[in-house]
Design a binder for this molecule. Structure first.
Ligand SMILES: NC(=O)c1ccc[n+]([C@@H]2O[C@H](COP(=O)([O-])OP(=O)(O)OC[C@H]3O[C@@H](n4cnc5c(N)ncnc54)[C@H](O)[C@@H]3O)[C@@H](O)[C@H]2O)c1
Length: 275
């Protein structure tokens, strides 16, 4: 019982969300999944943030527990999956939302920066898939959603290491779908466009004043001139994790207000053309 209107029968199961303590997309995914009846294992490197998000969910009538989890640490992943399964039930859903960003031209990107980013955004997602797949296969039931980025297919200058990791995540998504589709497991990827989050604001300082940059982007680089909210992304993730997406696998769903296919149009750059 989630405290929300409508029947929730049978309950969708338990979903583990990485980076779920994030005030941006991560916590929005946890909240929407809980509203839809999932028991949510909220995991994050920041244990206080994970616990706080789980507490909010419980206060709203949902089921959730917060866990400290660094996705670069495979033994810790196995331990958290085991803890979540004993507390909340078999993990039938996984959302890899933990991510790090970097804005730096490729030739200025150190190998250490590349490795640190890929350790979270790509290797971390693989490690989490590895940890939950045996259980999903044994039960013949599971769904995984990876949080990619529009940068995977249409990288902006300076996003090289990040774009490569997120493009790798598309390959990982298709590979998991191919390997485990016959065992009842689906795997998809959601590509957010520009979403206002603390993590993204910190990154965007590399390009100037983040607020000004985001306002200009929304007004001139999106087909829909309204900001994409974390919740918009979370709704897409929840759909792909749900049984309503039962015949959808290896799919990419972009939630970007059209920015990744927006042709350059300097007419929209005029202030009077803004929203
Ligand atoms: N914000 C955007 O515009 C945007 C756009 C495209 C894609 N994304 C992707 O969406 C996801 C969420 O981004 P967001 O900006 O909303 O951030 P967010 O607010 O969800 O915060 C990210 C969270 O990830 C956690 N994290 C970082 N490293 C971790 C690790 N090693 N193990 C576990 N957790 C870790 C952080 O503690 C933080 O709580 C990321 O994968 C990001 O790449 C974001």
């Amino acid at each position: 019982v989630t405290g929300h209107d409508g029947p929730v029968s049978p309950p969708p199961g338990t979903a583990l969300v990485t980076g779920g303590g994030g005030a941006g997309i991560g916590s929005a995914i946890c909240a929407v999944l809980a509203e839809q009846g999932w028991a949510v294992a909220v995991t994050d490197t920041d244990p206080q943030a994970a616990t706080a998000v789980a507490g909010q969910i419980r206060r709203a009538g949902g089921t959730a527990t917060g866990y400290r989890l660094d996705v670069t640490d495979p033994p810790a992943i196995a331990a958290v999956v085991a803890a979540a399964e004993s507390e909340l039930g078999p993990v039938t859903g996984l959302v890899n939302s933990a991510g790090r960003g970097l804005i730096r031209p490729l030739a200025d990107t150190t190998l250490a920066q590349w490795d640190d980013l890929h350790a979270v955004d790509l290797r971390g997602a693989f490690a989490c898939c590895r940890a939950v797949l045996p259980g999903m296969v044994a039960r013949g039931n599971g769904a995984i959603v990876n949080v990619g980025s529009v940068q995977a297919a249409t990288p902006a200058p300076g996003y090289g290491a990040y774009a490569a990791a997120k493009a790798g995540l598309v390959g990982l998504t298709r590979a998991v779908a191919a390997d485990y589709g016959r065992h009842g497991v689906r795997c998809c990827v959601v590509h957010p466009g520009l979403v206002d989050s603390a993590a993204n604001r910190e990154l965007l300082t590399a390009l100037g004043d983040p607020q000004r940059w985001m306002d200009t982007f929304v007004r001139t680089r999106q087909m829909l001139p309204q900001p994409v909210a974390a919740r918009d992304v979370a709704e897409a993730v929840a759909f792909l994790l749900s049984d309503a997406a039962g015949r959808i696998t290896a799919a990419e769903l972009t939630v970007d207000a059209g920015c990744s296919v927006m042709p350059y149009d300097d007419l929209t750059d005029r202030p009077e053309a803004g929203p």
